[in-house]
Write a protein that binds this ligand. Structure first.
Ligand code: NAD
Length: 420
């Protein structure tokens, strides 16, 4: 683990007062100079993280005039960790995130079909970051395949720890796969083709309820009119169907008269209330294209949420501008929605907006809303002036294509202290 190069020796001494803590009532207590760990990431990670860090520091410097500052602390994970320690996810990294409560990371590469399991999935599971939160909102000027991308304004809460996506699976012809196939045949009377690979799809009442409760609380706190439970319960009745059932259960138990069902509302949702509705996943993909304005917060199991968040991001212009956060009760890790895009690694070319906007979410989470707003407005201004990276420039005839680092500089040049 190593601290940022630009710190003086006095700053390097971390004390307890530099740490973010969670108060007994569950609220976050953030000192003026918190230590926040970062993971640079693989592939385009160093480029997009470098750009993000510069924008975050510049906005905080401008808005708080030295009163607040982040002391960055590098943690190792992914390729860099493997090269330096022999492990893709060292225990020290996990412990440091637990100790510091809030962290931010670049994308990490996972080999497909073989090799190590996903470090991203391991981080989420080991830190119990059960809610992957992805706001999907249109930034004016970004090229989109939709006629009205501005109608898409949703926040997706995706369960992060369970489901087939959690990676409990065994290779075809492995002893474990043979054992399970034999067990299913002998004890349950289920025939599975010999030599099949096996994956397990666990979904629990407890994990579902905490995810859905978080989504409903968010909708109520933000004054959003609806939460939609997205599931494939018509086919997978006891997993996905239960997700819907447990979702309604926690809505009734925890939020009582603050919730309404779709069947008992008119066109207007009364203030202070939220409508709980549900949609089958395939139908939700259609609705996201045809009537996006009628959806506000989505709560989904892990795999549905993975597909849906990329599809929704595409509707507003692609992965390069889609931010995200992985939240638990004890810590939070902010990250871009996209992966490590290896073919653009080291070219100073990738779009850093997704990670910068994930940093904006982090600032909001810390309660540093003024700095968050300053960055959001500056990104909006930069893009609307046609200053964009290659991924957007190729669909914007009048745009000027910038490198990753130049985009960060353009955003910094447009930072203005917001009138809050
Ligand atoms: P990807 O998101 O890396 O790339 C998908 C497409 O989007 C590619 O064409 C890529 O070039 C482009 N793209 C992505 N980010 C971009 C950016 N910031 N600017 C411009 N273009 C961008 O997805 P992939 O190719 O499926 O995965 C590559 C690797 O990333 C895999 O190892 C995968 O496991 C990993 N991954 C990691 C995360 C994470 O760390 N949370 C998420 C998704 C994928």
């Amino acid at each position: 683990m190593k601290e940022g190069k630009d710190m003086n020796s006095e700053e390097k001494l971390e004390s307890e007062t530099d740490r973010i803590v969670i108060a007994p009532d569950g609220t976050l207590q953030v000192p003026d100079v918190p230590v926040i760990p970062f993971i640079e990431g693989d592939g385009i990670g160093p480029d997009v993280w470098g750009a993000t860090r510069r924008v975050l520091d510049a906005a905080i410097g401008l808005v708080y005039a030295g009163r607040r500052k982040i002391r960055w602390m590098e943690l190792l994970a992914g390729g860099k960790a493997h090269n330096q320690t022999g492990k893709p996810l060292p225990d020290e990294t996990l412990q440091a995130i637990k100790d510091h409560i809030v962290a931010i990371k670049g994308p990490l590469t996972t080999p497909v079909g073989a090799g190590m399991r996903s470090v991203n999935v391991a981080l989420r599971q080991k830190l119990d970051l059960y809610a992957c939160v992805r706001p999907v909102r249109y930034i004016k000027g970004v090229p989109s395949p939709m006629k009205h991308p501005e109608r898409v304004n949703m926040v997706l809460f995706r369960e992060n720890t369970e489901d087939v996506y959690a990676g409990i699976e065994w290779e075809s012809e492995s002893p474990e796969a043979h054992t399970i196939i034999a067990f299913l045949k002998d004890r349950m009377g289920v025939d599975i083709a010999p030599g099949s690979a096996i994956g397990i799809k666990p979904m629990s009442r407890a994990a579902t309820k905490r995810l859905v409760a978080r989504a409903i609380k968010y909708a109520l706190d933000q004054g959003l009119p609806s939460v939609t439970l997205v599931h494939k319960g018509n086919i997978m009745k006891y997993t996905e169907g239960a997700f819907m059932k447990w979702g309604y259960e926690v809505a009734r138990e925890r939020f009582g008269d603050r919730i309404l069902l779709e069947s008992n509302i008119g066109l207007e949702v009364p203030r202070g209330k939220v409508v709980i509705k549900d949609r089958i996943t395939d139908m939700m993909f259609q609705q996201a294209l045809l009537r996006p304005e009628t959806y506000h917060v989505l709560a989904t199991p892990n795999l549905n949420g993975d597909y849906l968040s990329d599809a929704l991001s595409a509707q507003v212009g692609g992965l390069g501008v889609a931010p995200g956060a992985n939240l638990g009760d004890n810590c939070a890790v902010f990250e871009a929605t996209h992966g490590s895009a290896p073919k653009y690694a080291g070219q100073d070319k990738a779009n850093p907006a997704s990670l910068i906007l994930s940093g904006v979410m982090m600032l909001e989470y810390l309660g540093w809303k003024e700095a968050a707003k300053a960055i959001e407005q500056a990104i909006q201004k930069t893009i609307s002036e046609g200053l964009v990276t290659f991924d957007l420039a190729r669909n914007m005839p009048d745009a000027r294509e910038l490198k990753c680092s130049e985009f960060a500089e353009a955003v910094i040049d447009r930072l203005v202290k917001p009138q809050c």
